[in-house]
Every structure is written in structure tokens, then in C-alpha cells.
Ligand binder design. Structure first.
Ligand code: G6P
Ligand code: MN
Length: 445
């Protein structure tokens, strides 16, 4: 089975390859093709993969190419994990927004819109090529903003593109753990958009255990989301929000914290990763050791400003292992081998969340089998959550429209309608600022 990874020179590719190495079963991936625009990044990642495979018999072969069509031909699965504009682009997304006093984050608020505007046209081109060159392939989209990008691709690939994120799984795992439940046996009642969802229940053998957690301030304050949001607020909500909702519920504090840091997350990662890729040019260093050190530092500092404003302290050791590669592997196995399972994924709504239309991509538990991912019916969201989900989906639709019609006016509308952008004038200045720094937005006229 052939797996093609787009963005194959990306830093997190060894996580995926490491997960593949643990899969010994029949029908596993035997061939990995890395595609990237940048040769030196491919070379660096290939070095890490070679060291990972060194002690594993029958490791999947790994080859690299800068030819997209060649990479796609014959693929059974395509992982799309690209970063249009690189980490320099991410740092600029943050900087331009913060200069206007609004949130500049990779996926949320103005930063997420800017990132979406330059990523959607590239993702659409990829989707069209897959439809032509590998029509039977399944595309698993990791590229952020994951919900929006998956929806853009689904217009060309239908349900053969599935978006993934590890944050709902991590959240479900943490809740199960504090409740003393086995995460494998628990059904997580979670729904929303990517990075904008809520856990409303956790059922073990049909019994909802979440009320027990919400009623116990000690338990509630003992894990990441309890520390971030505070127990009082979680009890008021009667649900556990995805960590990215911290940017909404505590917007003023997170914007201030982001403005005060010496280097934003994007700028930090830009510098950190540049150092890693530089180090990979020296043949005498161990690629795997350098990669692992860099990864550990990245994970330990994830959302550190948010945790600081909330006084949440360090991350829990159990939360440092990431996990998106595990979701991707579980999804691929379920489809390729008809191993039925339930996973929280980004798919077309198809009526699961009645407030949105059938084609809107949402994040929802899905039953997965050889026919793909099928969203399960979920209870409606409360009004305040419905309001946010509809507002943000409305923004995503304006981003998709702007990418399609190339209109600056539509781009301004996308920014202006976002709940975290507080004036149409700010939206206008954001479009000016972003088009100045991002060559990838030159299509906006
Ligand atoms: C979480 C999010 C991902 C994001 C990742 C890395 O897992 O769900 O969407 O890509 O964190 O964030 P970082 O700030 O390290 O790039
Ligand atoms: Mn994510």
C-alpha cells in the first residue's frame, strides 16, 4: 500500500513514520512517498526516517520527490500536511493581527483567516490533481485551518477527504483519565467545528460520566482544560470546551499575552525549526536525536501563553506525546482493513448537526469502515455554542468565496464577520497588512 505525504519535508513527518513502524499487520503501508517543494527539507526528514527504520525489519520504504503529480499517481492514501508560506508566514499572520490589537493565531481569528486565504487555493489545486491522478485515493487532511481546508477539498473530492486533529482525542483522553475510565471504552459526545467544539458527555457502557466530573471541583481543576478555563466557568457551561476556545472565552487576556511576548509562537517555531534544518546539513550529527530534542521542546511550549494567563503551570507529562499520527493511523487502518471504529473527525455534516447545511464540514464522532467516515447523529448544541459555530462557519464560507472569486471585498467581509474582529475598519486594515506581506495573497484584487 502506497502512502503519499504532501509537506513531506515537514517537521512532524517522523511522527507519522514512527506510527507506521509499529504497524506489522496485513495490508499495512509498505511504501511512503514524501513530496515537498523544498529539497533540503526532504533531505533532512529522510535522514530522520532512515535512523528510525534502521532497527526495524521490513520498514516501509521511504522515497522523496518534488514532483507532485508523480507523488500522487498510484497512491492509496494521501496525507496532506502542507504549510503555505512556511513558518515565516505564520509569524506574519500573528504580527499583522497583533498590530491591529486582534488575535493572530494559526487557526483562530484573524490569523486563521489569513492562513486560510492563502492555503485554500493550494489545497484546491491538490484536490483537483488527486481527483484526476488518484481518484480512488483517500485524502487525510492535516493542513490547518483543518476544518476549512477539508471543506475546500471536499468540494472536489466529496467524502474521500477527511480532516483530522488531535485536540478532541487529547481532550477525551484527559477527561476519561480523571474519571478513571478507559478511553478506549468511552464514547466522547463532542461536536462543533475544528478547534471550536465541546464535550457534552462521556459515556461508558451507555452511562454519562461527565456530570460526575462537573460536580467535583477538585477533579475538574486537575487537568489541562480545568486549569485553562477555571472550574467555575466549566460548571457554568456544563460542558468541556476544546482548548482553542480559550481564545474566545478569554480573548482580551490571550491577545494581551500574545502582544507582550518577545516572540510569538510562529516566530519561535520559525527560529527553532530553522536551527533543526540547518543542523541536518551537518552529516556528523544524529538526525533522530536532534529531531527528538526539537520535538520535545516544541511540545513543552505548546500554548504556553494561554497557560500563563490562566496560571495553569506546566503541561502534564501525559499530554506531551501529541497523538495526531495515532488518529491518522487508526483512520487509515479502519478504511484499508475495514476495522470498524469510532473517531472524532472533520467530515461533511450530512445532517448530524441540524443547524448547518449538509456540505458544511464539522468535527464530530464518526463511525469509520471501508466505506469511509460516517458522522453519528449528535444532540443539538446549546444556543451560545450554535451562535459561535454558525458565525465561524459563515466566516469560513466567505474565505472559500474569496479564494474562488479572488475578491478583496469578500476577504474584508470574512475578517469583519469574525466574532474576534471588532470593527470593519480593522478588517480593512488587516487585508491591507496581509496582502503586503504575503505573496500567496496576490490573487486578491
Ligand atoms: C495541536 C493542534 C494542531 C496544531 C498542533 C501544533 O495539536 O490541534 O492543529 O498543529 O497543536 O501546534 P504548534 O503550535 O506546535 O504548531
Ligand atoms: Mn488541530
Amino acid at each position: 500500500m502506497k502512502l503519499t505525504i504532501l509537506g513531506g519535508g515537514g517537521f512532524r513527518v517522523p511522527l507519522v513514520y514512527g506510527a507506521l513502524l509499529t504497524d506489522r499487520g496485513e495490508g499495512r503501508v509498505t511504501e511512503v512517498v514524501l513530496h515537498d517543494l523544498d529539497d533540503s527539507r526532504l533531505y533532512a526528514v529522510a535522514r530522520v526516517l532512515a535512523e528510525q527504520a534502521a532497527t526495524v525489519p521490513d520498514a516501509p520504504t521511504a522515497t522523496a520527490t518534488t514532483d507532485l503529480d508523480e507523488a500522487l499517481r498510484g497512491a492509496d492514501f494521501v496525507f496532506s500536511a502542507i504549510r503555505v508560506g512556511g513558518l515565516e508566514g505564520r509569524a506574519n499572520d500573528e504580527r499583522v493581527a497583533l498590530a491591529q490589537g486582534v488575535l493572530g493565531q494559526e487557526t483562530v481569528g484573524a490569523g486563521g483567516i489569513a492562513y486560510g486565504l492563502r492555503t485554500v487555493p493550494v489545497a484546491v489545486d491538490i484536490a483537483q490533481r488527486v481527483a484526476r491522478l488518484a481518484p480512488d485515493a483517500w485524502v487525510i487532511n492535516f493542513t490547518n485551518p483543518a476544518g476549512l481546508v477539508t471543506e475546500a477539498m471536499s468540494r472536489h473530492l466529496g467524502d474521500r477527504v477527511i480532516g483530522i486533529c488531535d485536540s478532541p482525542v487529547g481532550l477525551g483522553r484527559r477527561i476519561a483519565k480523571v474519571l478513571g475510565a478507559n478511553p478506549r471504552e468511552a464514547f466522547i459526545d463532542y461536536v462543533g467545528l475544528n478547534h471550536l467544539g465541546w464535550v457534552r458527555g462521556l459515556r461508558v457502557a451507555g452511562r454519562d460520566e461527565l456530570p460526575r466530573l462537573l460536580a467535583d471541583p477538585d477533579l475538574l481543576g486537575s487537568f489541562e482544560e480545568g486549569k485553562l478555563f477555571g472550574t467555575d466557568w466549566l460548571q457554568s457551561l456544563g460542558a468541556i470546551p476544546n482548548e482553542y476556545l480559550h481564545y474566545y472565552y478569554f480573548n482580551r487576556e490571550t491577545v494581551r499575552a500574545y502582544s507582550e511576548v518577545e516572540r510569538t509562537r510562529g516566530a519561535f517555531l520559525r527560529d527553532q525549526q530553522a536551527q533543526f534544518y540547518d543542523e541536518m546539513k551537518r552529516p556528523d550529527t544524529s538526525a533522530l536525536t536532534a529531531w527528538d530534542r526539537t520535538r520535545a521542546e516544541r511540545e513543552a511550549t505548546y500554548m504556553s501563553e494561554n497557560r500563563e494567563t490562566a496560571g495553569a503551570g506546566e503541561r502534564d507529562a501525559d499530554d506531551l506525546s501529541g497523538g495526531y499520527e495515532k488518529v491518522a493511523l487508526a483512520l487509515m487502518r479502519a478504511i484499508a482493513r475495514d476495522e470498524r471504529t469510532t473517531l472524532i473527525l472533520n467530515v461533511r455534516n450530512q445532517g448530524a448537526l441540524s443547524v448547518l447545511d449538509a456540505d458544511a464540514v464539522i468535527e464530530v464522532p464518526c463511525l469509520v469502515d471501508a466505506n469511509g467516515a460516517h458522522p453519528v447523529a449528535v444532540a443539538p448544541l446549546p444556543d451560545h455554542a450554535t451562535g459561535l459555530v454558525c458565525a465561524v462557519k459563515g466566516v469560513e464560507r466567505e474565505v472559500l468565496a474569496a479564494a474562488e472569486n479572488g475578491s478583496r471585498t469578500t476577504a474584508v467581509k470574512a475578517f469583519a464577520l469574525h466574532p474576534l474582529v471588532d470593527s470593519v475598519n480593522v478588517a480593512r486594515r488587516l487585508v491591507e497588512g496581509y496582502t503586503e506581506v504575503h505573496p500567496g495573497l496576490a490573487y486578491l484584487k
